[in-house]
Design a binder for this molecule. Structure first.
Ligand SMILES: NC(=O)c1ccc[n+]([C@@H]2O[C@H](COP(=O)([O-])OP(=O)(O)OC[C@H]3O[C@@H](n4cnc5c(N)ncnc54)[C@H](OP(=O)(O)O)[C@@H]3O)[C@@H](O)[C@H]2O)c1
Length: 249
């Protein structure tokens, strides 16, 4: 995820980056790449971005937290790692937790952002400037809402790909090849979503606009909604993801 965001930032944002990559990952020329903290002695950063797995933060962060400038700000993208846990390592420093989703790679992500009480307006503006290059931003005023948004948008691309996979398989059962079914399903999804985004109409109204009495869509929707199991399934899906986010705190 750190790499996906960095690619976007290098393309769109006016910041200078230093990346720590213990495995010596290949980086674009404009990025300074180091293998560890020993190569950063005496350097200070305005922003330190935590893009490691949550479970390694307690060992990795103490090696870098002293490199933040006095008026600098931490950014953490670690899922389920609370601001208080980060502050227990860094002390009372400005911190913005971000929860991006996968389409940030193409500038069409949805990210939740939470600023701790030590953040100034300037810190928030700087982080917003960086993150605005990756898609839509939703500032939340408590960390619980990060977990709620994770259950909907953070994990959302997974649900979309799975629903599209089932739809594609059904398309193949009507005789289309895999590439044909993929193209039909993904283009139908993309076009429908774009149409919905360009409209203020409720989704139920857009749905009804496709339905003619006793027509094909009516028949399909009647099968899809036979026993309201779709509503229940999606409800259970986001509830399960939220419950897991709470467990990981
Ligand atoms: N994947 C997602 O969709 C997603 C969504 C939202 C948030 N997140 C969050 O993003 C974070 C990263 O997840 P990921 O899936 O991108 O993990 P990942 O692919 O395993 O990447 C982890 C990164 O951490 C670096 N790293 C490991 N040990 C390090 C150390 N000792 N010092 C400095 N860097 C070190 C690795 O460096 P090398 O490049 O050298 O291997 C690697 O680039 C997690 O906290 C996760 O919760 C992920």
């Amino acid at each position: 995820m750190g790499g996906a965001l960095l690619a976007r930032w290098l393309d769109q944002a006016d910041f200078k980056f230093t990346v720590v990559s213990p495995s010596g990952r290949q980086m674009p020329n404009e990025v300074r790449c180091v293998g560890g903290p020993e190569e950063l002695a005496g350097v200070e950063f305005d922003l330190i971005i935590l893009a490691v797995k949550p479970q390694v933060i307690p060992t990795v962060l103490p090696q870098y937290s002293g490199l933040l400038a006095a008026d600098g700000c931490f950014i953490s993208m670690a899922a389920g790692f609370a601001a208080a846990s980060i502050e227990s390592i860094t002390g009372e420093k400005a911190l913005v937790r971000i929860m991006p989703n996968m389409p940030v790679q193409i500038g069409k992500g949805v990210s939740a952002l939470y600023a701790n009480p030590h953040c100034s307006t300037r810190h928030q503006q700087t982080v917003a400037e960086l993150m605005a290059t990756t898609g839509q931003l939703i500032w939340v005023d408590n960390e619980d809402n990060i977990d709620r948004l994770t259950a909907i948008a953070g994990s959302g691309p997974g649900y979309v790909f799975e629903i599209a996979r089932c739809w594609m398989q059904a398309g193949q059962s009507l005789g289309f090849s895999e590439p044909e079914a993929r193209e039909m399903v993904l283009r139908t999804l993309a076009g429908s979503v774009e149409l919905a985004l360009s409209s203020e109409a409720p989704l139920s109204e857009l749905r009804d606009g496709v339905v003619s009495k006793n027509g094909t869509t009516a028949a399909g929707l009647s099968a899809l909604n036979r026993d309201s199991s779709l509503d229940a399934l999606l409800q259970q899906t986001v509830e399960a993801a939220y419950a897991r986010a709470v467990e990981l705190r």
